[in-house]
Design a protein around this ligand. Structure first.
Ligand code: ZN
Ligand code: ZN
Length: 57
């Protein structure tokens, strides 16, 4: 079973982060919620934001 790398919550069918390949619960899945190392590259390189996340505005 996977666990959230941020809070340690046990996860079933975790999706993980598209950017850093970490595994996170829904609360920490967003890059900004786990200080994602991958999204920092995105900010620099521009627009690779696709539909990898729930909860987009
Ligand atoms: Zn979590
Ligand atoms: Zn990440």
């Amino acid at each position: 079973m996977d666990t959230c790398e941020q809070c340690g919550e046990k996860l079933v069918g975790a999706r993980g982060c598209s950017y850093c390949e970490g595994t996170f619960c829904p609360h920490h899945q967003l890059p900004e919620k786990h200080d994602c190392p991958g999204v920092k590259n995105l900010d620099k390189t521009g627009d690779r934001f696709d539909s990898g996340f729930d909860g987009s505005p």
